[in-house]
Design a protein around this ligand. Structure first.
Ligand code: OVV
Length: 395
């Protein structure tokens, strides 16, 4: 196929391209970039699990680290294979597992209630600027333990980082002039001295816990700042867009708001269904570690294969009525958080943020409605909203 999956037409609405790709077979050749693409659920799922054949250490963007120098030191988590991947992964999954997050829960519920209070006399709000960008930025940088100044660098850093997984098109060019400054700021936040180490709610900050893992010898002191960098890289834009996605989903399917009002336990289902429905992280590449026969193709050793998570999550071969946001379905098994050894290590953090916010919103507001024209923000990797004008009607 000669289509440009990173061009403005497909970024605006990838659904026709995804369908064409799925109908062509388990794998397609994307001639514009000399890479392969996978869009069917079963094939994407199988490839993500087979990290030995589809590696991450050559980078999960278009740039192939076998032949090109990475633009930043590779992530110890995202852009590495076992055995190098295992220690950093083990450290972060212990810090971010469901039980370890229990101490944050009550605080985040109170923070969500406070934000919802501020919205109460507004009615018409932008779900992106007034909710989805606000809540993660209030709770997550504090949980990591970074200082108060410069937090407005986090979203532009992430936007450029996720663009940089794609080709060096206009989206990358527009972020290039600030990336030196933004990267320097992010790396400075990862130093031990920059991270608060007070105990809050019975536990040290995520950043302090990462450095404590280096004290124990679970990771090296050289690795600690890069593990903190992963939190700041992967933990902000993604949660903003996951929350945007679930609010957009309700604005498009307002009947389902009532179900969560009646049963707050559905807030978690709603978030995962929204991650399936929207797939805020649309794509990541893998690299073939040998010649791999798939369908009518042999993918040569060293070639990149683009995993279309958003397409897999709407593959009608796997999902009934895939374009419907439906709280009656079981969304588990979606690949919106990836699958296999690299599956999102922060997913419990994301779910807790979303649950706290959605429960607060549904309890306070009777209904949600789209009141203006939503507008997309284009990014080479992320499916993003620039603005989502909504009305919230108080109960
Ligand atoms: C999943 C993800 C996205 C972006 C950056 C990273 C991870 C990282 O580990 O730096």
């Amino acid at each position: 196929m000669s289509d440009d999956p990173f061009g403005p037409t497909i970024l605006e609405d990838p659904s026709d391209f995804h369908r064409n790709m799925r109908e062509r077979g388990p794998i397609v050749y994307l001639s514009r970039y000399d890479v392969y693409g996978m869009g069917r659920y079963n094939d994407v799922h199988a490839a993500l699990i087979d990290w030995q054949s589809f590696e991450s250490a050559a980078g999960v963007g278009l740039s192939n680290f076998r032949y090109e120098k990475p633009w930043r030191p590779p992530s110890l988590l995202l852009e590495s294979n076992p055995p190098r991947h295992d220690a950093p992964r083990g450290v972060l999954s212990a810090i971010l597992n469901v039980r370890a997050l229990k101490g944050l829960r009550d605080n985040w519920i109170a923070d969500a209630a406070a934000l919802v209070d501020e919205l109460c006399d507004r009615r018409e709000v932008d779900a992106v600027a007034d909710i989805a960008r606000v809540f993660p930025l209030r709770v997550f940088p504090d949980a990591v333990g970074i200082g108060r100044t410069g937090r407005d660098n986090l979203l532009p850093y992430g936007d450029h980082l996720f663009n940089a997984f794609g080709p060096s098109n206009e989206l990358v060019a527009k972020g290039a002039h600030r990336i030196g400054e933004l990267s320097a700021w992010v790396m400075a936040q990862c130093e031990r001295a920059a991270l608060r180490d007070e105990v809050i709610d019975g536990q040290p900050t995520f950043g302090a816990q990462i450095w404590a893992a280096a004290d124990r010898g679970d990771i090296t002191y050289e690795q600690a700042p890069l593990v903190v960098r992963s939190l700041l890289s992967a933990g902000v834009d993604t949660t903003v867009l996951g929350i945007s996605a679930v609010l957009a989903a309700f604005a498009h399917h307002p009947d389902q708001w009532r179900a969560v009002r009646d049963n707050p336990a559905l807030a978690r289902v709603a978030f995962d269904e929204a991650v399936r429905w929207e797939s805020p992280v649309q794509t990541f590449f893998r690299t073939a570690t040998k010649d791999i026969a798939i369908g009518d193709h042999v993918v040569p050793d060293g070639k990149k294969i683009l995993m279309f998570l958003g397409s897999a999550n709407r593959d009608p071969r796997r999902w009934a009525d895939p374009d419907q946001f439906d709280l009656r379905r079981n969304p588990s098994g979606h690949v919106g958080f990836g699958m296999g050894i690299h599956q999102c290590v922060g997913q419990h953090v994301a779910r807790l943020e979303a649950e706290a916010l959605l429960v607060a919103l549904t309890q306070r507001f009777e209904s949600i409605a789209m009141t203006g024209t939503p507008r997309r923000h284009h990014n080479n990797t992320l499916r993003a909203w620039e603005t989502l004008p909504i009305t919230l009607t108080p109960a």
